[in-house]
Every structure is written in C-alpha cells, then in structure tokens.
Design a protein around this ligand. Structure first.
Ligand SMILES: *Cc1c(COP(=O)(O)O)cnc(C)c1O
Length: 413
C-alpha cells in the first residue's frame, strides 16, 4: 500500500458533507487542532449565546430571568439534547455538576440498589477520577464496599455475585480503545450487577445507543467532543426504570420535589430531577446548549463516519511514512473497537509532542510515553491530518524533540 497523497486528502475534503461546519467554529490561524478530545473548539454560536445571556438576560432582567428566559429549565433542556446524542430518552438525562461529582452521586446510588454486594468492579486503566471517586465512596462507607480493579480482558471473569456495579469508561482516554457496551452490559446484568458507563470520550464522537444496550447509568463531560468550553457542565443518565428507586447522597435543594417550598426536610423530586444538587451554572449551560445544537444539526452518523475516515487516514499515513521513527501504535485498528482518537508510544513522547505543538500541530501527551491525537470531525479537514503527519514525521526524523526544554512545562499537560 502506498501512502495517500495530499491531493487524495484534498479530494476527501471536497466531498466531505460536514465541511461547512468548520465555519461554525472560531478556528485560530496556524493551528491544526488534534486535541478536541481534551478541550473542544469554541463554536461561534456558544460565544454569542454567552454574550446574550450575560448582557441581555442577566444584565437586563436580573432575577426575573430565571423564569423569563427558562434558566431554571436548562439542566433538563440541555440534558434532553445530550440524550439524543447518546440514545437515551429526554427525561433520562440532566446536565449538571462535573463528571467527578456525577460519578459520586451515581456510584453511591448504584451500590444502594445492590445491598449485600460489596464490590465496585472497574479496570485498572480507567480514567483516574473514576477510580478516585469510587475509592472516596468506599472510604465513606467504612469498607462495606471496595473497589476492585482488573485488566480489561479480565472484566467478564471478574463479574461474580459480589459485584454491585461495573463502572467503566467506554472509550479509553489513552489508547482510544472502545468497549463493547452491549456485551459488557449484558454480562454484568447476567451476574446481577448494574452498569455505569463514563461517556466522556464517546459522546459527540461515536454513535451511542444506551437504550438498546439497556445501560443503567452513565456520566460524561461537556468540554471534550461536546465543545461546551473549559469546565463546561457535565451530564448524567439514569435509565427510567431505575429513577423511582434512585437515592443519591448529594440531596441539594435543586433535587427536591418542590425547591421553592423551602420545606424543612428533603423529599426527592420525581424522575431524573432528583439527581440534581445545587443552582445550575446558567452561562456555562447556555454555551453548552448552543454547542449541542451544532452537533445535533450535523448528526452523529455523519460525525462518526468522518471521525473514522480521519483517524484511518492518520493511522495509514503514520504507518506508511513514519516507519523506523520509534512510534508504537496502541490504538485498535478495527472500527468497532476504536473511538475518535489515536495514540502512539514514543520514548521521547513528551518532548516530541512539544516540538509538534511548536509547529502548530496540537495533540497531547499522557504519561508515561503516550502521544495522543484526537479527531473532532466538525472542524477538522483531511488535509490537516495529512499536514499533521508530515509535521510529525519531520519532528521525529530530524529529532526536533532534542531542542525542547521539558522543564518549561506548565502544571497542565
Ligand atoms: C475528562 C474525563 C473526566 C473529567 O472529569 P471532571 O470531573 O470534568 O474533571 C472524567 N472521566 C473521564 C473518563 C474523562 O475522560
């Protein structure tokens, strides 16, 4: 096989049904952005919506805006839009809090639904916050529940009658490997356990069908492929059949049956609203909503198709043009096993990524040695993928990473 030419990549751009969506984002000059899996680009409409909420709603209408502009309904309204992306019903999702906080709420609710089962099962490579929050919960429960971490290929064997909950991230943040959600959910249910899926690296990048998989719980993040902005609100999903029995521990007033009764005692709201806690971050939710409207307009089928085309092109070009340069691919090649990012190990991965960023190609690095490239189909072109691999090849072939001052790194990598 010969490497696709830049002309071939340009032809793919010319035929790309999503090409027009790039104009809906604030794309900086001189940047090829392969980090939309960490922080998505700014949709122009999100900036405009924030301006509107701040100046026209808050600035002019003040407290009246909660009713006049539907601020109080934003967690449900934004949740309903996310539900469309993940194959859930509108009343099964709310936007709220951070992924970490939502994990705490749902992990606690899940173990309560399986009394007498002392194990939360997860994988050793799960995203750290998912494990840390589970550890915190186990600590709070004085050891009545423990977190068990196994390798991904040992999960099914580890599903026994001790497991209350299987808690997994659908697409691995390092390798981009995608779990078989339907199969693992079915295996967990067969063992009598519930399942929680973290969709942080999935929603907005891969088509999801929580209903068809009969998933119990899910959480996910608003600032990656959902382009909601830094620290955007997260979301959580609870299958309708579990909502009436849901007891989550952060029983704030926004999850009360009648918050504005100001009753002395807590009484949970009907349905998914009981998963809410405190006052919603209105400006941030409004931005996320504007961004979701762009994603919904494009549609997940087209987004997933282009995501695979971009990541296939990247992998093929690396294989054909970067041989012998020290890159070891760690991402699955099969489409049904891969999310929307591709990763390689390299002995000088951190410095190589810094050298690449200095050339305007922004990916990221995860310890110990993983170079990560994310493909956000709404604003990325095939020719940019081609140019990115050419830059990667130059960085590695000319050992540009030797000139990087690794000590100059900031606290966020
Ligand atoms: C990004 C990400 C998070 C982020 O959690 P925060 O509470 O927003 O910091 C959690 N889990 C996974 C799997 C992620 O990829």
């Amino acid at each position: 096989m010969t490497a696709p030419s830049r002309e071939a990549a340009a032809a793919l751009d010319a035929a790309d049904p999503l090409a027009g969506f790039r104009a809906r984002f604030e794309v900086p000059d001189g940047v090829i952005y392969l980090d939309g899996n960490s922080l998505g680009m700014l949709p122009t409409a999100a900036a405009a919506r924030a301006h509107q909420v701040i100046h026209e709603e808050w600035g002019r209408d003040l407290i009246r805006a909660w009713n006049a502009h539907g601020w109080i309904d934003l967690p449900a309204a934004v949740g309903a839009k996310i539900a469309t992306l993940i194959g859930a019903a509108p009343d099964e999702v709310v936007a709220a809090d951070s992924t970490s906080v939502n994990l705490f709420k749902l992990l606690a609710a899940a173990v309560r639904l399986r009394p007498g089962r002392p194990t939360i099962l997860s994988e050793a490579d799960n995203f750290p916050t998912d494990s840390y929050v589970a550890e915190g919960l186990c600590d709070l429960l004085d050891g009545r529940v423990a977190l068990r971490l196994v390798a991904a290929d040992e999960l099914e064997d580890a599903l026994d009658d001790q497991v209350a909950l299987l808690s997994l991230t659908h697409v691995d943040y390092r390798s981009g490997r995608m779990h078989d959600m339907a199969a693992l959910t079915a295996a967990a249910h067969a063992a009598g356990a519930l399942v929680l899926w973290d969709l942080s690296h999935s929603a907005g990048a891969v088509a999801l069908d929580l209903a068809a998989c009969e998933a119990d719980f899910a959480v996910g993040c608003g600032y990656k492929y959902l382009n909601g902005g830094p620290g955007a609100p997260a979301y959580l999903y609870v299958a309708r059949r579990l909502q009436d029995g849901l007891r989550q521990p952060l029983t704030g007033w926004m999850g009360h049956a009648a918050p504005f009764d100001f009753a002395a005692r807590y009484r949970p709201a009907e349905g998914i609203a009981r998963a809410l806690c405190g006052t919603p971050p209105v400006v941030a939710l409004a931005m996320l909503e504007a961004s979701l409207e762009v994603i919904l307009e494009a549609g997940m089928a087209a987004i997933r198709a282009k995501s695979l085309a971009l990541s296939d092109l990247f992998m093929t070009l690396v294989e054909e043009t970067c041989g012998g340069l020290g890159l070891t691919p760690i991402s699955p090649t099969a489409h049904e096993r891969r999310g929307s990012q591709v990763a390689y190990r390299h002995a000088h991965g951190y410095a190589a990524m810094q050298a690449l960023i200095a050339r305007g190609v922004i990916g990221d690095f995860r310890r110990p040695d993983v170079m990560r490239f994310g493909f956000a189909p709404l604003y990325l072109r095939h020719t940019e993928v081609w140019d990115a691999v050419a830059a990667l090849r130059a960085v590695l072939a000319d050992e540009e990473w030797r000139h990087v001052d690794a000590a100059a790194a900031g606290p966020v990598i």
